[in-house]
Ligand binder design. Structure first.
Ligand code: KG4
Ligand code: ZN
Length: 339
């Protein structure tokens, strides 16, 4: 089955053609990073305008590089939540138009679940496993039993991990987008991750066992730098980046280690933009007795392949959306269900 996946929830206008939920025939991503850079963040109105301008040519390119015609597409999958509503609506209406014109089914897909599906495009992965979703808007540790059965164990109680990277980078003018800029600076020669010892919030007990909190860390880095300084190192952008990154990633790794111990699950599958972080990748891959699976870089951040990939499974079991489907800014039914 050939599925076209359409992703327009934020600043990537992305369309991909995937066969049988696994084989990526094309994966076109028109990034708006350069357009939003002068504002140090995504401007929603500009994002949706750019999607409107670009989406048709991105779709044409996706078909052309896959070497297939629109007539060969069996179904369409499109992100309809969560994200910027104006941007989501462009992709959603485009999908509806194509489905109507061709008389084929389309299905609305949850972007968060799709991020966790991304590694399945490249690896044969057995369920269950611990899913670590780390993106600009969400941070979720879960027990994944099937592509659509996800038990949330922990999540951020305030800011998302990627959001903290972006805000720290913006404050110290480290570069845009923030996650990549901090990762690069932290890896530069001489960067000292111990110049500042930022705290990990004490969320050790009961229902907060697997939760994270990035708002406090962000405030500490931005407003209370001196309080956590070792008193001797240089207060350089490299040292700030490396110390912040160490604290941000340590927080995740500690929760994951706890989840591994409690569940006895030894397979960790990561997804989302922050899964591209070099320190997170190395720390989890080095973890004893654990198999850590990461998507390749291009499949960590937003893409249409993960949408087509997960969409295939819905379409295969006969599920599709009707034309009244709307776009929503928030995630649905993602409440804590474990233990
Ligand atoms: O998954 P994604 O492309 O979009 C959302 O669904 O949010 O994730 C974007 C987030 C941004 O916050 C970005 O700063 C972060 O992923 N990110 C990174 C890295 N690459 C992207 N964070 C840390 N290290 C990276 N290498
Ligand atoms: Zn995303």
């Amino acid at each position: 089955m050939l599925v076209m996946g359409i992703e327009s929830s934020c600043d990537e206008c992305a369309i991909s053609i995937v066969e049988d939920g696994r084989r990526i025939l094309s994966n076109e991503i028109a990034s708006q990073i350069d357009i939003h850079r002068p504002y140090d963040g995504v401007v929603p109105e500009i994002a949706s305008r750019m999607h409107t301008e670009w989406i048709l040519s991105v779709a044409e390119k996706a078909l052309e590089s896959a070497g297939v015609s629109l007539e060969q597409i069996d179904g369409i999958a499109v992100t309809n939540r969560p994200g910027l509503v104006g941007s989501l609506l462009i992709g959603l209406n485009f999908a509806k138009g194509l489905a109507l014109a061709r008389g084929i089914p389309f299905v609305g897909v949850d972007h968060i679940r799709a991020h966790l599906y991304a590694p399945h495009l490249e690896y044969e992965i057995e369920y269950p496993y611990l899913g670590l979703l780390v993106s600009g808007g969400h941070t979720v540790i879960s027990k994944v039993e099937d592509f659509d059965t996800i038990q949330v164990m922990g999540a951020t109680i305030d800011d998302a991990c990627g959001e903290a990277f972006d805000k720290v980078a913006k404050h110290y003018k480290l570069g845009y987008p923030g996650g990549v800029a901090i990762d690069t600076l932290a890896g530069s020669e001489g960067a000292d991750p111990r110049a500042f010892s930022f705290p990990d919030p004490s969320l050790h007990k009961g229902k907060h066992r697997y939760d994270v909190s990035y708002s406090g860390l962000k405030t500490a880095v931005i407003n209370q730098l001196d309080q956590f300084w070792d008193g001797t190192s240089e207060k350089s952008p490299e040292n700030i980046a490396a110390s912040f990154q160490r604290a941000a990633i340590d927080m995740l790794v500690r929760r994951v280690a706890r989840a591994v111990k409690d569940t006895g699950l030894h397979r960790i599958v990561a997804g989302g933009g922050v899964a591209a972080n070099s320190l997170l990748r190395s720390r989890l891959k080095e973890m004893d007795g654990v198999e850590a699976i990461f998507p390749s870089m291009g499949l960590c951040t937003d893409n249409g392949a993960m949408i087509a990939g997960i969409g295939y499974h819905y379409l295969k079991r006969g599920e599709h959306s009707d034309f009244s489907l709307n776009a929503y800014p928030r995630v649905k039914r993602f409440r804590k269900t474990y233990p």
